[in-house]
Design a protein around this ligand. Sequence first.
Ligand code: FAD
Ligand code: NAD
Length: 472
Amino acid sequence: MMERYDLLVIGAGPGGYVAAIRGAQLGLRVACVERWIGKDGKPALGGTCLNVGCIPSKALLESSEQYHRARHGLGAHGISVGEVSIDPVAMVARKDRIVGQFTGGITGLFRKNGVTWLQGSGRLLGGGQVEVKAADGTVQTVGAQHILIATGSRPTPLSVAPLDGDRIVDSAGALDFTAVPATLGIIGAGVIGLELGSVWARLGSAVTLLEAMPEFLPTVDHAIATIAHKEFTGQGLDIRLGAKVTGARVKAGRVTVGFEDASGPQQARFDRLIVAVGRQPVTDDMGLDVAAVTCDERGFIPVDERFRTSAEGVYAIGDVVRGPMLAHRASEDGIAVAEGIAGQHCHADYGTIPWIIYTWPEIAWVGHTEQALKAEGVPYTVGIFPFQANGRARAMEAAQGQVKLLAHAETDRVLGVHIVGPHASELIAEAVVAMEFRASAEDIARIVHAHPTLSEALHEAALAAHGRAIHI
Ligand code: FAD
Ligand code: NAD
């Protein structure tokens, strides 16, 4: 007899596994179909984020930062160390251990919450049925009252630079280099290009980023992007803007890349090349047409505010739907859709989603940029506080960057906070909470911030929005 579930989730990334667990917490009978096979050849939960995304990239960023600090950052503190070396194989093995702990952790969470993992590839059959084809070739059909598509995304291929899995790789391949490439090319100076470029540059690679757009990080607040660009180029990242890649080919173990920029046609040779030009939704070959689930021309699944697709009883969340491709956004969708299916309120607030780029200094922001407020004609005030004037940042030898706060000129409501600086990823949380609670700049200015902490920079930026910062 066919197994029937209240909720069947396809995909166990941070969208799908969170939805499955939340659904089970709310009393639904839940199964989750997941086909991922890990580096060790074993099936794994966790999706892109845990296997080849957020977690492994942050593990390598941390290792490379520690190495870089040991080599270049300790002298200022009067600390001298002997020769410092890095073993990339050990670094990657540590990353793999962390990935294994976290993907295994999701298996444990499924068990604890009574979520059934159906290992294999899911395909919609219509009429509330899904075919699941396991890695061992066995096929079963299961039924569900509600089906949730959380199949995520994959790297966008670039026809002029086809991957060869060795010299030309995507972001997943770039997490597994076992030697530091002397020269590394990266196509795309977006989030992945900057994070993975930072990892390998800190370990000694000469990194060149070829970016098609004429502007650096155009969606980031312009003032913040300008500071970040100066910091990164100062660190040695060679960022070529307005570069149109015309071809890449591997010859004698090296990659030759042809590109055109303002100086005309050029060629560059690298030991390795990473293609990081964005990601695209995984919605092909899974029976969407059979189940009458509509896709747009780019492969995204249109959904309404309750994440309902065009087909009755079929929902979609995370990287396969509109909105930023971020793990915390996918998880927020997952909770909202599960609560909606269980008869509760279904709500995800996209206005206060934090964005973070985990470079050094880090870049983090929430809400509107100054250029967006200008374009929309919203009257605003700006408060800026540089980390140079923050005692804790100076004590850390990490006083690069600033906090920039934007508030409505009439209501004083905080409209956006933009940080480039040390631990911006952690500092932004206060701004998110403030914005979620509809805080004014004055509210933040009147909250006591511990001294000496980096958080005082946000406090002072809020004071600066009213022209009354104390320390600048
Ligand atoms: P995914 O995580 O992609 O999961 C989808 C799952 O569905 C996969 O496991 C896949 O195997 C499975 N699947 C697909 N089709 C089927 C099928 N037919 N049957 C069964 N299973 C199927 N985001 C952040 O917020 N912070 C970061 O620091 C960050 N760093 C990143 C670093 C890198 C290098 C990359 C590549 C991404 C990073 N991201 C980060 C983005 C983040 O990983 C994604 O936004 C997030 O994983 C999306 O979650 P999801 O659940 O929608 O999809
Ligand atoms: P991205 O959109 O951030 O950057 C891609 C860059 O490639 C863009 O700047 C784009 O202009 C450029 N580009 C596109 N085509 C090009 C071409 N032909 N030649 C040269 N440049 C080209 O995408 P990404 O860096 O691949 O990352 C994908 C997504 O994954 C991100 O948008 C983000 O949603 C997510 N992610 C998030 C984090 C994080 O939260 N810290 C980290 C990594 C990835």
